[in-house]
Write a protein that binds this ligand. Sequence first.
Ligand code: SF4
Ligand code: SF4
Length: 159
Amino acid sequence: MSKVYAHRDLKICSKDCLCLFVCPTSATNNETGQIDKDTCIGCGACASACPAHAITLLPRKLPPEQAKNEEVLNALKIVITNKIKELTTLRNLIELEEDEIKKKLYQAMYHSFKVIVEDLYRESGYMTLESKKSQEFLTELSHENSDKKDIIKSLLTTE
Ligand code: SF4
Ligand code: SF4
């Protein structure tokens, strides 16, 4: 098995299908739009061919997680909580606003704040699915959402 595999960022992908033509294993030809990790041999042909730079080769085995500073983590938690409150306010403003231009402004702010919150979560130790924090969060979720247990279980790497 190769040390790396290709990952496609669907937000950047322009759907021109060049990666499909160059892939020797048809790993990119997937109904979900994601590259099949198990079929990919990590040759990198798709990443070189992609005009949108939407494909990245990722290591199959991640380096060990670095310890985080508690003080920084606590500060991040406060910023995340405040940003989520701002997102709630913006969602309400979007619903109530009748002026189309203002509505668009609130929508743009909403999306931009969402990206900030995602970044803050990554900085707080949720960078990857395999990270300790993500796994603890998923375990907690599986206890609270029995109807989604199977989906959550498939994301757990520790069980
Ligand atoms: S080559 Fe790049 S832009 Fe084109 S379909 Fe593949 S991932 Fe998307
Ligand atoms: S790295 Fe090679 S095998 Fe993997 S998806 Fe890209 S072209 Fe196909």
